[in-house]
Design a protein around this ligand. Structure first.
Ligand SMILES: Cc1ncc(C[n+]2csc(CCOP(=O)(O)OP(=O)(O)O)c2C)c(N)n1
Ligand code: SF4
Ligand SMILES: [Mg+2]
Length: 348
């Protein structure tokens, strides 16, 4: 059981003195019922509950219906809507310029796994500290519903066209490339999405979330494996997951053997209550095996697939200055005349 250590707050106000509405953005222009809008609501809720300061956040995206969504949350935050599939490069630059920003990227399955694959894999292997959400509907929603690289082999478009190619499983890819926080969820499971996002906020490297987010206009029919019905019918929870932020934490009671508690980088805790299977998300090899088996059986597993809270992120690997580069005085970032002369001398 967690016990609050902070003084009581007025109802509806979070620990930084803000209300839920302070985390909202513009009205959505997406189709009514689009899964992406449900995820937007969960981003708003999780950032509010965690108590993130909106002006310390940068929102990043590429191109697609999903990539439009940063306009619909956190209107007081910084933002950059990049070129299709090129969000990782922009995110890497922004974070290197200011390592203290909380970065949240929203991408689509096309933006990430089709045109953006080259950039995505390097973001993962560098462990850029950010939350990377892939809103996965199996199609290019914005350009009228062509299959993306995450569409399942054998799934059908409304027109009857069948996808002949095997899908890219971005969670397997992320785990394989050393990502220290990998989760899969479903836009129709808001409770799980919120907890996974809160856990992602507490993680220090790349936190990758693959969220099935049905496209009601182009990929929600019979024969689609990314529809609301298919996801609801096949979803299998790996565990019951809950999040206890560091600021609420004194002690946690849990049942030994049936629950696992993971301490995150910032002192928050994630508790995973065992359901059907014995599964330890700290075990990378087990997570990979389980995902491969699940794919073969056509199962849709959701929850925290892999976590490694101790992994060092890009800023640590580069041994960066503890302060944001963007705020350092020029004496610190510019080499002195003597240093430059020394370099020139060494090149003679
Ligand atoms: C360089 C480039 N190539 C192609 C396009 C056309 N285009 C725009 S969005 C998109 C696909 C979007 O799909 P996804 O990332 O899955 O997002 P969704 O709309 O499904 O949320 C494509 C192919 C583009 N804008 N830029
Ligand atoms: S086309 Fe599909 S992905 Fe795009 S807004 Fe409409 S339902 Fe959402
Ligand atoms: Mg898509």
């Amino acid at each position: 059981m967690a016990t609050a250590t902070e003084p009581p707050r007025p109802k509806g106000v979070n620990r930084v003195g803000l209300m839920l509405q302070d985390y909202k953005g513009k009205d959505s222009t997406l189709c009514a019922g689009c899964g992406h809008d449900a995820i937007t609501s969960q981003i708003i809720k999780s950032f509010f509950e965690y108590g993130v300061q909106p002006n310390q956040v940068i929102k990043l995206s590429g191109i697609g219906c999903s990539s439009k969504t940063p306009a619909y949350f956190l209107s007081r935050s910084h933002g950059f809507n990049a070129v299709h599939g090129r969000m990782p490069a922009i995110a890497t630059g922004a974070i290197l310029a200011n390592r203290h920003l909380t970065a949240v990227g929203v991408s689509g399955d096309g933006d990430t796994a089709s045109i953006g694959m080259g950039q995505f894999v390097h973001l993962l292997r560098r462990n850029v500290p950010m939350i990377y959400i892939m809103e996965n509907n199996g199609v290019y929603g914005l350009t009228k519903g062509q299959f993306s690289a995450t569409a399942d082999q054998g799934s059908k478009l409304k027109t009857g066209v069948m996808n002949e190619f095997p899908p890219v499983d971005c969670c397997i890819l992320a785990i394989e490339l050393g990502c220290g926080y990998v989760a899969r969820s479903f836009a129709g499971d808001p409770k799980q999405v919120v907890v996974l996002l809160e856990g992602a906020l507490a993680h220090s490297g790349t936190a990758f979330l693959d969220i099935i987010s049905p496209c009601v206009t182009f990929n929600n029919h019979e024969g689609s494996t990314k529809s609301y019905k298919h996801a609801k019918d096949t979803e299998e929870l790996l565990h019951e997951i809950s999040f206890i932020p560091a600021y609420e934490q004194i002690s946690i009671d849990y049942e030994e053997g049936t629950s696992k508690v993971v301490e995150m980088h910032d002192g928050s805790h994630i508790t995973l209550k065992k359901l059907e299977r014995d599964f330890d998300p700290l075990d990378k090899a087990q997570a990979l095996r389980m995902l491969r088996d699940a794919n073969q059986r056509g199962e849709f597993l959701t929850g925290l697939l892999h976590v490694d809270p101790a992994k060092s992120d890009l800023t640590e690997a580069l041994n960066m200055h503890p302060d944001a580069l963007a705020t350092l005085p020029s004496e610190l970032v510019r080499p002195s005349r003597e240093a430059l002369e020394e370099i020139m001398e060494s090149l003679r």
